[in-house]
Design a protein. Structure first.
Lengths: 109, 112
C-alpha cells in the first residue's frame, strides 16, 4: 500500500527546477508532503485535498490528480536549503498513515 | 512551546532487554503516532492513537506495545529487544486524522 515515489534520487544545481512524483495503486483522498534533512526529523510541507492544488512556502508547490492517483511536488529555482529527502504520505481516508518510498534531493552550488 | 519531545535520544540494548520510549506533546493534539525508520527506507507506522486511552496497530506492530494513559503522552515499549529492532524511532502528533503531523527529534536505538 506504500505510495511509490520517483525519481529515487536527483541532483540539481542551484537555480534548477525539479519534480518529484508520488503514485498510489489505491485511491487517494489527500496527500501530504514532508521534507527530512539528514539526521533530523521530517518536517511538514503541505497537504493536498481532492481537486486541490496548494502553494507551499518558498518556491515549492504541488498538484494532486485523484483520477490518476498521483501527486507531484514542484521545486522551482532550487536553493541549497532544499536538499533533503522528500516523502509523500497518505492515510487512504482511514487512520493508518503510509509514507512513500522517498526521494533524495541534493542541490549543489 | 516544546512541540513534540522524545526520551531518550539514544540507547543501546542487549538482545532480550526491555525498554520504554516516551513521547510527549504540548499542542493538545488528539492523534499520536510511532514510526520506525531504517537506513534507506521510509517511515513505517508501528502503532498509533486517536485519543487518550486508545491505541491501534500500524503496519509493523510486532514486538512493540504502546499505551496512551494521558493525552499528552504516548509510550512505546519493547518487551524483549531483538537486533531487528535497531532503528531510529520517531514520534509524531496531529490535531486530528489527516492533518499535518509534527515530529519529535527521534530516538536512535541499537540492539546488540
Amino acid at each position: 500500500q506504500q505510495p511509490v515515489q520517483s525519481p529515487q534520487a536527483v541532483i540539481l544545481r542551484e537555480g534548477e527546477d525539479a519534480v518529484i512524483n508520488c503514485s498510489s495503486s489505491k485511491a487517494l483522498y489527500s496527500v501530504h508532503w514532508y521534507r527530512q534533512k539528514h539526521g533530523e526529523a521530517p518536517v511538514f510541507l503541505m497537504i493536498l485535498l481532492k481537486g486541490g492544488e496548494q502553494k507551499g512556502h518558498d518556491k515549492i508547490s504541488a498538484s494532486f490528480n485523484e483520477k490518476k492517483q498521483q501527486s507531484s511536488l514542484y521545486l522551482t529555482a532550487s536553493q541549497l536549503s532544499y536538499s533533503g529527502t522528500y516523502f509523500c504520505g497518505t492515510d487512504f481516508a482511514g487512520n493508518q498513515f503510509y509514507f512513500g518510498t522517498g526521494t533524495s534531493l541534493t542541490v549543489i552550488p | 512551546n516544546a512541540g513534540v519531545t522524545q526520551t531518550p535520544k539514544f540507547r543501546v540494548l542487549k538482545t532480550g532487554q526491555s525498554m520504554t520510549l516516551l513521547c510527549a506533546q504540548d499542542m493538545n493534539h488528539e492523534y499520536m503516532y510511532w514510526y520506525r525508520q531504517d537506513p534507506g527506507m521510509g517511515l513505517r507506522l508501528i502503532h498509533y492513537s486517536v485519543g487518550e486511552g486508545t491505541t491501534a496497530k500500524g503496519e509493523v506492530p510486532d514486538g512493540y506495545n504502546v499505551s496512551r494513559l494521558k493525552k499528552q503522552n504516548f509510550l512505546l515499549g519493547l518487551e524483549s529487544a531483538a537486533p531487528s529492532q535497531t532503528s531510529v524511532y520517531f514520534c509524531a502528533s496531529s490535531y486530528s486524522g489527516g492533518l499535518a503531523q509534527y515530529f519529535g527529534p527521534g530516538t536512535r536505538l541499537l540492539v546488540l
